[in-house]
Write a new protein. Structure first.
Lengths: 74, 355
């Protein structure tokens, strides 16, 4: 129930967006977030976007973890 | 460096700073348990460290009485829509799926939006709305955008921080919380401050990828090591310090907090949401007569209530895996994808090292 899935917004019409989840398109409501735009990555929870995510998240995350672990070595 | 190497490095770091005594952290989320078990993360963590699940399964903590309410409505001929996991949860005597096989109209939906669509084709639709702070705002958003007149909600939402507080009060022995990432996306850091400031319990907001979880656990051990207790956000990409304020606002406009019962656990102060007076026209409890007899939360032998309060694991239940299976569940923890019994049944405790 608390699963959130990231996806990219392709189109927004009023309070509904078409979101691409790695190739699968789905409609997601965007009532719960402000200032959301086409191209943004969002976190979808049961059909509603609950937060905007930073772009290029996956790579960045690994880089951050790596840097953090390295910083502990020093 | 690939993910597996990073995981090993996290594991090494964690072990380096683990004290020699027994250490215990509680997480409050079925999705965390799923990742921990599926990826065998416990095998990467120190032997003297116990990472155990608390009351983090919304389906599991919904009292039998509220399942009975939905069943009773379905039997009255009202169409019920709810999440798939709710279908097979035993109420006091039977489940929604039993009611369906006897002819009641019970639909499984992935979101409240789908329930809204079904309302167009039926006379009266009740959405059985369960879930924590992540889910409640989605229902609030729908009620605030003029749903049709034949649409009602049977609200069974519960709130996470009061349940965490119960664990502290219960004297379950533990050293810190791994706090649920997506609940935190909505509520932010502030509601957890009490754990660090008043109870001296380290609390780490943690994401759901295996590496996120290892990162959260490392942060926890850093606090144990330094002796400094605080609330830390180890899931910054999805959690802002103040949370999602728009969602919080909608939630407080539509719902009121009340002292709610948790299945097999009892009443927890300020731990539930009910529709506020302004939205009572959509409240199933206000608009239908629901008469129920005695309810029964715990079926004989089931240890779900102990598992949900981190006082036991599925292995402490004599029925686990033999008499109680996902095909023939005796308690809610075996039904839901987020229930610990169901997760352990599906994955065992075997490590699967494909992070
Ligand atoms: S295995 Fe079944 S009976 Fe035992 S605690 Fe889990 S749900 Fe209850």
């Amino acid at each position: 129930m608390c699963v959130g899935v990231p996806g990219k917004i392709l189109e927004i019409e009023e309070n509904e967006a078409i979101v691409d989840f790695e190739g699968t398109k789905q409609k997601v409501r965007v009532d719960l977030i402000d200032n959301v735009e086409e191209g943004d990555y969002i976190l979808n929870h049961v059909g509603h976007a609950i937060e905007v995510l930073p772009e290029k998240e996956a790579k960045e995350r690994l880089k951050l973890f790596r840097e953090y672990l390295d910083s502990l070595e020093e | 460096m690939d993910k597996e190497k990073l995981a090993d490095k996290f594991s090494k770091k964690i072990k380096e700073i683990t004290p020699s005594r027994e250490v215990r952290a509680i997480h409050i989320c079925g999705t965390h348990e799923q990742a921990i078990t599926q990826y065998g993360l416990r095998s990467l963590l120190p032997d003297n460290f116990d990472l155990t699940m608390g009351p983090g399964c919304p389906v599991c903590v919904t009292p039998a009485r509220e399942v009975d309410e939905a069943i009773e409505l379905a039997k009255q001929g009202v169409t019920i829509a709810t999440f798939g996991d709710m279908l097979n949860v035993p109420g006091s005597e039977e489940s929604l799926s039993d009611a369906r096989s006897e002819g009641a109209d019970v639909r499984v939906v992935y979101s409240i939006n789908e329930a809204l669509k079904i309302a167009k084709d039926v006379e009266e639709l009740v959405f059985f709305g369960i879930g924590f702070e992540t889910t409640a705002p989605t229902n609030a958003a729908i009620l605030k955008s003029n749903p049709p007149e034949n649409f009602y909600i049977l609200s069974s939402h519960r709130l996470i921080p009061p349940a965490m507080e119960l664990l502290v009060d219960m004297d379950v022995n533990f050293d810190g919380f791994i706090a649920p990432g997506h609940v935190s996306t909505i509520i932010g850091k502030e509601p957890y401050e009490v754990f660090a400031n008043k109870y001296d319990v380290p609390t780490i907001i943690t994401g759901f990828e295996p590496l996120d979880i290892l990162f959260g656990v490392l942060k926890f051990f850093e606090q144990i090591d330094s002796g400094e207790t605080k609330v830390e956000n180890a899931y910054e990409r999805a959690v802002r310090d103040k949370g999602n304020q728009k969602a919080q606002k909608m939630m407080t406009e539509v719902f009121e907090v009340f002292d709610a019962k948790w299945r097999g656990i009892g009443e927890i102060p300020n731990s539930g949401l009910k529709l506020s007076d302004e939205f009572r026209e959509f409240d199933a409890r206000e608009n239908f007569e629901i008469e129920l007899g005695e309810s029964r939360d715990i079926h004989p032998g089931c240890k779900c209530h102990l598992i949900l309060t981190a006082r036991g694991t599925p292995e402490d239940c004599g029925l686990f895996g033999d008499e109680c299976t996902p095909q023939d569940p005796h308690g809610p923890c075996m039904v839901s994808d987020e229930g610990e019994c169901n997760i352990w049944f599906r994955y065992g405790r075997r490590p699967k090292m494909d992070i």
